[in-house]
Design a protein around this ligand. Structure first.
Ligand code: SAH
Ligand code: SF4
Ligand code: F3S
Length: 440
């Protein structure tokens, strides 16, 4: 049996997809190895969201080409979003053997076989209905406690800066029965924390217009939450334009739905939001935040922010800092704008903020967030939380770490505790990144 090593970059969806790829190959005469050195085939699951993500992969391919001079049998494949974006140029310019887009994973056994006859092989067709819903993914590099479940694929929001609608295609939702089954199955194996994934989970819809049979995202969350009170349920990502009262009420209603919402604002300026095609204003965004604060006072909120989008003025940038402070985000993912070929922004707007200025604005944003995260963590000192133990602390092997419902990492003494256990802890110290607690 030939051995396949799968390397994953990019978002949680890619991580979930690597599990699907692993399952497809392992039921088709290949075995999955965790050791790159013994691989006959290396598949790299890639991200195209920013230029630096792609640069990293080109460098990796350069190194692999050197390795192939020693191992002539080695085949290298690119799968995922960069495969979809760059298509056969990966074969011609990076000398890759296999290229498969996000909707072509069922064809991988065939594509690999073809490459073994020294023919480069490619399939980058996007589908309108592929959800891989019948495939129970292999859990690769798993801690056996937390898992991701893709509930839908694609995105049709076309935020002007974003490549995802082009690399992932049309939006489609999976049969809720298969989602609940997968979650049950994971729970039975000992998993205790599940994240339901979609680029915009609020538009999850199954059996649309069929009355009783229609399932929207709020209903789906309730179905998964009801599997067992010991199963924690999370989700990502919610688009501010259509997060609903119904969803917020559902999060409030079930103790095991985690009190954590990732609600990416991207910018604090209405001018920028309009150009970004985000379809909400800052006032509308604030209103949604107020709904959350009202219904779920203990909820933590995080965001994504882009610094230096096309023609962003100092005033626009200041407004981003204002909204960060107004919300008081518990955490944030912050990026410099990276122009992606083919997107609406690349066609319509000039990428006119210098690299140096983007860096300056990003650093300012990061500094503000560090302060906000610290403040948010300091507020937790003295409070008690239930955490799910997920692993050993990376810095100190006499300690364990777990997360609370709010998605904050808390470090505790090991004692006799095991991974996968729930533990009540009182927070007694913190940094801007971590809480430290003791068992009570
Ligand atoms: N579907 C999710 C986001 C997926 S991409 C959502 O809508 O929230 C994750 C984040 O990457 C985005 O929220 C955005 O902040 C960032 N991003 C996307 N395209 C980018 C680009 N061209 N340059 C910089 N950051 C980008
Ligand atoms: Fe990209 Fe917008 Fe879709 Fe998110 S919602 S994946 S940012 S197009
Ligand atoms: Fe995810 Fe990157 Fe694709 S963020 S959807 S892997 S472009």
């Amino acid at each position: 049996m030939k051995k396949v090593f799968i390397e994953t970059y990019g978002c949680q969806m890619n991580q979930a997809d690597s599990g699907i790829v692993g399952k497809i190959l392992s039921t088709s005469n290949y075995s999955i190895t965790m050791d790159e050195n013994e691989a006959d085939i290396i598949l790299i699951n890639t991200c195209a969201v920013r230029d630096n993500a792609e640069k990293r992969i080109h460098n990796r391919l350069h190194d692999l080409n050197a390795l192939r001079k020693k191992k002539s049998y080695l085949k290298v494949g690119i799968i995922g979003c960069m495969a979809e974006r760059l298509k056969d140029s990966l074969i011609n310019e990076d000398r890759v053997d296999i290229v498969a887009g996000p909707d072509s994973y069922r064809k991988l056994p065939e594509l690999i076989k073809k490459s073994e006859k020294n023919n480069a092989s490619i399939d980058v067709n996007l589908s309108e209905d592929e959800t891989y819903q019948d495939i129970i993914p292999m859990e690769i590099n798993s801690n056996n406690i937390t898992a991701f479940i893709s509930i839908m694929r694609g995105c049709e929001n076309f935020c002007s800066y974003c490549v995802v609608p082009y690399t992932r295609g049309k939006e489609r939702s999976r049969d809720p029965k298969t989602i609940v089954e997968q979650a049950k199955n994971l729970f039975d194996k000992g998993y205790r924390d599940i994240t339901l994934l979609g680029q915009n989970v609020n538009s999850y819809i199954y059996n649309k217009g069929e009355g009783e049979k229609e399932v929207n995202f709020a209903r789906l969350m309730a179905m998964v939450a009801q599997i067992n009170p010991l199963l924690r349920v999370r989700f990502a990502t919610s688009h501010p334009k259509d997060i609903s009262r119904e969803l917020i009420d559902t999060i409030a209603k079930y103790d095991n739905i985690c009190k954590y919402i990732h609600l990416p604002v991207q910018s604090g300026s209405n001018n920028m939001l309009k150009k970004m095609n985000r379809k909400y204003t800052i006032d509308e965004y604030k209103e949604k935040i107020s709904w959350i604060r009202q219904a779920i006072p203990e909820c933590s909120i995080s965001t994504d922010i882009i610094a230096g989008f096309c023609s962003e003025t100092i005033e626009d940038h200041k407004q981003t800092i204002e909204i960060m402070k107004w919300v008081g985000y518990d955490s944030a993912y912050m990026f410099k704008y990276s122009q992606r070929p083919g997107t609406l922004a690349a066609k319509k707007y000039e990428d006119d903020i210098t690299e140096q200025e983007k860096t300056r604005r990003l650093e300012e944003i990061i500094d503000v967030q560090r302060e906000l995260s610290l403040k948010s963590n300091q507020k937790d000192i003295g409070k008690t939380f239930e955490i799910l133990i997920e692993g050993e602390s990376k810095r100190d092997n006499t300690k364990l770490f777990g997360r609370n419902s709010q998605n904050k990492v808390i470090i505790v003494d090991k004692g006799n505790h095991k991974l996968g256990e729930y533990l009540n802890v009182k927070v007694n110290n913190c940094t801007s990144a971590t809480l430290f607690g003791e068992e009570i």
